[in-house]
Ligand binder design. Structure first.
Ligand code: SAM
Length: 188
């Protein structure tokens, strides 16, 4: 995942006003590409990865290799059974597309519950264009998720903005990242 997510992580360092927040938790962090890249770019930021317990040692090794063990931590958990860790900002990338619509909505609602008023959820994926006609990588990725998972699918920025608003986010907007990747930023 680090190979796939590195350009996205680099783009994320500049599309959000990180100076205004103190901490960020990456939900479904895998090795920790996103928290590590954000912490390297923003020395004031405390970052955390949340993933299944088995991921912990892999995450910790990657963080130590970047000399960030004091500012980047791991929280073990299962987002089906546990609440999400609280933070000013939550990021969630290539996670929602793994799951069916009720699970997508559940994760967005859990993220809302973990944020303070004014806090943000940043969802990054290969966002399909709203007409579902142009974004070939996103459409193919969605087909891939259909084959690889029970109910996963990729989605448009408009879909994600709609799910966030319905969950209770006060506003949400889409931003381009790099290549075929984009993000939806929802504010509680
Ligand atoms: C496709 S990877 C995304 C990795 C990372 N966000 C990135 O952009 O590189 C999905 C991640 O979700 C994690 N995951 C799957 N089920 C989970 C669960 N029930 N609770 C917490 N994390 C889970 C996996 O372990 C994996 O690291």
């Amino acid at each position: 995942m680090t190979g796939l997510s590195s350009p996205v992580a680099q783009a994320l360092t500049s599309v959000f006003p990180w100076k205004e927040v103190a901490n960020v938790v990456d939900i479904g962090s895998a090795q920790g590409c996103i928290p590590v890249r954000l912490a390297l770019a923003h020395p004031h930021l405390k970052a955390c990865g949340f993933d299944l317990p088995a991921v912990g040692p892999i995450f910790s090794r990657f963080v130590a290799a970047h000399d960030l063990s004091e500012r980047v931590h791991f929280t073990a958990g299962d987002f089906f059974h546990d609440e999400l860790p609280r933070a000013d900002v939550l990021t969630m990338g290539f996670v929602l597309h793994d799951w069916d619509l009720p699970t997508k909505r559940m994760l967005i609602s859990k993220a809302l519950a973990a944020l303070p008023p004014g806090g943000s959820l940043i969802v990054y994926e290969m966002l399909i264009d709203d007409e579902r006609r142009m974004h070939l990588p996103g459409l193919l990725m969605s087909l891939n998720m259909l084959i690889e998972t029970r109910g996963g699918f990729d989605f448009t920025a408009g879909d994600c903005i709609g799910w966030m608003r319905k969950a209770g986010f006060s506003r949400a907007r889409a931003v381009g990242l790099t290549g075929p990747y984009g993000a939806v930023i929802g504010v509680k």
